[in-house]
Design a protein around this ligand. Structure first.
Ligand code: ADP
Ligand code: MG
Length: 494
């Protein structure tokens, strides 16, 4: 939580405590001011009984009660004006109430003291003076019924009014603070979520970068090895031409010798028989031919490796898609051919006539490699026939479509929906990383503004589709994944 939020929560708590304190003070103030009103009337009633009761004893009782009551009234009055912590009374805080106590026309303080004074005077009156027309008695009755009662009524209602206003203000503050906290919490939560997403994106892209880095250094290594092999293969190749020529010349001379000397000395005849000269002469050119074939094959592999591990620069380069596909197939040759029980995987190519495409050829090769490897992975686990079909198609002279289809087990809808997610794999640990298709998606969609999608159903094989703009920018489909319903098996354009 940031400091601002902590401060807001603190303010909210303090505000609640203030409300609580205010409630207590207001409650006490209103209680005691209401009690004043009640004491006023009680005093008037006791005065009445005090004046009218003829019995000396009863009179004493009323006097004592009157003394108690006015003492209480005095105490309440002091507490209201000057405060009393034991009663939770802070003293007068509002200007309006202060005026009501001390200023004309109300002058409540003066009237209350006068009232208390009148009661004290009445109590001290002689028995003879205690008549219904006693001056103090009449004053008390009148004040308790009208004048002072009205003053106290007004004071009580002013206390109530101010308490309500005060509480309303505090409630308003509380609501505003609560709203601020709720907003801040919502913002913080959104930020947290954003941060968590950023962190996981960062982690994923870090791993992808590491993977891509690994692939790139492997590619460089491969290119280096290919380069190293290239030179010796080249001189074997070029020397083979001379070797063939020399061999033919040597054989020519030998034939000439045989014609001139049909019966050579016994030593030579024995040696010729020992080395099977006749067979050697026939086999030598064939041997050279197969050496030529072998070196040609090495040359092709080296070429494919060099093509496959092309280092991409910052700019798009012109590339031949078919050459890329074929190079990738050469690299994967060892996984395609038959060995032992495994009868191999057949590759069917249905290539359209394609123009050169602006792209990052090294990255594109990686995509072909990932998709073809996945097809081989699935075909390896099932019986023959195992077929991978590669189709290409030029679309309205603006983009090229490449389809890599296998007749493997296919995928369920749940699997298909996740194949482009980073780290999604159905393969055992050590075999699958779940990065191949997510990286491919990134290369095709982000780097080439192309599209990649997959059509697959259990038992019906899998088709991966790639569409690339020829000029290096998307002219057609921009959405990355076209739902299966949009392009079905029957609508395959190539
Ligand atoms: N041709 C295919 N046939 C069946 N399933 C496939 C095929 N290609 C990809 N998949 C599924 O997609 C998942 C993700 O593939 P990928 O990203 O290359 O990661 P990985 O190959 O490391 O598992 C695979 O684990 C597999 O379940
Ligand atoms: Mg894979």
């Amino acid at each position: 939580m940031v400091f601002e939020e902590i401060y807001m929560v603190q303010a909210y708590i303090e505000n609640r405590e203030e409300i609580q304190r205010n409630r207590e003070i207001n409650g006490a103030t209103i209680n005691i001011s209401g009690r004043q009103r009640m004491l006023l009337q009680r005093t008037a009633l006791f005065c009445f009984r005090f004046v009218y009761d003829r019995d000396e004893n009863d009179r004493r009782i009323w006097r004592n009660r009157l003394i108690d009551t006015i003492n209480l009234m005095e105490k309440s009055h002091q507490a209201l004006i000057y405060g009393d912590p034991r009663m939770n009374l802070p003293g007068i805080t509002s200007e309006a109430i202060r005026n009501m106590y001390f200023e004309a026309p109300m002058m409540a303080d003066y009237h209350i003291r006068e009232y208390i004074g009148a009661v004290e005077n009445l109590i001290q009156s002689s028995v003879a003076e205690l008549t219904p027309d006693n001056h103090y008695f009449n004053y008390i009755q009148n004040a308790a019924s009208y004048e002072l009662l009205d003053i106290l009524d007004e004071l009580v209602s002013e206390y109530e009014k101010e308490s309500d206003t005060q509480l309303e203000r505090l409630y308003g503050q509380q609501e505003a603070l609560y709203r601020q906290i709720a907003n801040a919490a919502a913002v913080a939560q959104a930020q947290n979520q954003q941060l968590a997403k950023l962190m996981s994106d960062l982690k994923q892209s870090q791993l992808q970068v590491i993977h891509a880095e690994k692939m790139s250094s492997l590619g460089q290594l491969l290119a280096g090895v290919a380069h190293e092999i290239n030179n010796p293969v080249n001189f074997i190749c070029s020397n083979l031409i001379f070797a063939r020529q020399y061999a033919q010349e040597l054989i020519g001379i030998l034939n000439l010798y045989t014609q001139e000397y049909p019966t050579p000395p016994l030593d030579i005849q024995n040696e010729a028989n020992a080395i099977e000269l006749e067979f050697l002469v026939q086999d030598f050119p064939k041997l050279l031919d197969s050496m030529k074939l072998g070196t040609n094959r090495i040359t092709n592999i080296v070429k494919a490796i060099k093509n496959f591990s092309r280092l991409d620069g910052v700019d798009l380069q012109i590339a031949d898609i078919h050459e890329s596909l074929d190079s990738t197939l050469v690299i994967l040759q060892h996984r395609l051919k038959a060995k032992g029980e495994f009868s191999g995987i057949e590759i069917v190519k249905e290539y359209d006539k394609l123009p050169p495409v602006y792209c990052y050829p090294g990255q594109l090769n990686q995509v072909f490699m990932n998709i073809l490897s996945n097809a081989i992975d699935v075909l390896e686990t099932q019986p023959a026939p195992r077929i991978i079909t590669i189709r290409t198609k030029l679309k309205q002279n603006r983009s090229v479509a490449i389809a890599i289809c296998d007749n493997g087990l296919g995928m369920t809808e749940q699997v298909r929906a996740k194949i482009f997610d980073p780290f999604f794999t159905t393969k055992p640990i050590g075999k699958g990383t779940g990065l191949g298709l997510s990286i491919s998606y990134n290369i095709i969609v982000e780097k080439h503004q192309g599209s990649i999608w997959c059509v697959s159903e259990p038992g019906k094989g899998t088709e991966f589709w790639i569409e690339l703009p020829i000029e290096g920018e998307s002219h057609s489909l921009n959405s990355a994944i076209i739902p299966e319903t949009k392009i079905g098996f029957s609508e395959i354009p190539c």
